[in-house]
Design a protein. Structure first.
Length: 267
């Protein structure tokens, strides 16, 4: 039995998120259907991190087990032949599958050491149809420096209950935020967040709160008060999914994955 890891890129605009659902319409449904058409057998995938409806991926990582012998690039070209234009396998790499119980092997989710997301904001008085579904739109002017000051309060290990969706199924709200960077180029702002893991809607809730600071409705220290309160009702509303990109999954180098840079989209 072989274990194959794939790097998947997708435009999430027309999909119901990553995870398979009754009635289909998800990225996982489309990928597994394409795998079956290529391999002629069912192949079930495990992913590094589920994404919601409308969320994009510069590089999602999945794995599956198979007895089939194929060149790695055949998994790329062959599966892509059966995928829609908005989803593509970018690379394939054989990884150790571990013992009979899966111990010691690679797992797309459990072997990950970090996750990085980009959130692209279009900050202009008038919306752009060219960025519809690809960037969150804010028409009030945003001050990036105020947002950076607010973001510093989120670095480190904290209880992120204030930025956690009510339906979040994570056992613990404690996460370690490794970095938050905010760049501005003209009318576009890019918020890049790296953590060991994220809670459901955590990135969109944080971005929504940073926007409230950036537009002057709250001072930067307000974010520290929200974090300490551990109360979701104290934070800003969940921001739209349009500008959210799963950028990169961090893994130890010994797995040898041919990962992409995870660079920013449309920036």
């Amino acid at each position: 039995m072989k274990r194959i890891a794939l790097g998947i890129q997708y435009d999430g605009s027309g999909w119901r998120g990553w995870q398979t659902q009754p009635g289909g319409g998800t990225v996982q449904d489309a990928l597994e259907a394409a795998l079956k058409r290529f391999a002629l057998v069912d192949l079930r995938t495990a992913c590094a991190g589920r994404t919601d409806a409308g969320v994009h991926a510069i590089e999602q990582v999945v794995h599956f087990d198979t007895t089939l012998a194929r060149d790695m690039f055949s998994w790329v070209r062959g599966v892509n032949a059966f995928l829609p234009p908005t989803i593509a396998v970018r690379w394939a790499h054989e990884v150790p599958g571990g013992d009979a119980g899966g111990q010691g092997g690679f797992h797309a989710r459990f072997s990950a050491t970090s996750r990085t997301y980009h959130y692209l904001i279009y900050n202009h008085p008038v919306r752009s149809p060219l960025l519809a579904g690809r960037a969150g739109w804010v028409f009030r002017p945003l001050e990036a420096q105020r947002m950076r000051q607010a973001a510093r309060h989120l670095l480190g290990t904290h209880d992120f209950s204030a930025f956690r969706a009510a339906e979040c199924q994570a056992k613990s709200p404690v996460r370690t935020m490794e970095a938050i960077e905010i760049q501005r180029h003209g009318d576009r702002l890019l918020v890049t967040l790296t953590a060991n893991a994220f809670l459901h809607h955590m990135v969109r809730n944080i971005v929504g709160s940073l926007i409230v600071v950036g537009n002057g409705n709250q001072p930067p220290d307000w974010v520290a008060d929200v974090l300490a309160a551990r109360d979701r009702s104290r934070a800003a509303p969940t921001f739209m999914s349009d500008g959210l990109y799963l950028a990169r999954i961090g893994y130890d180098a010994h797995w040898g994955l041919p990962q992409e840079s995870g660079g920013p989209p449309l920036f």
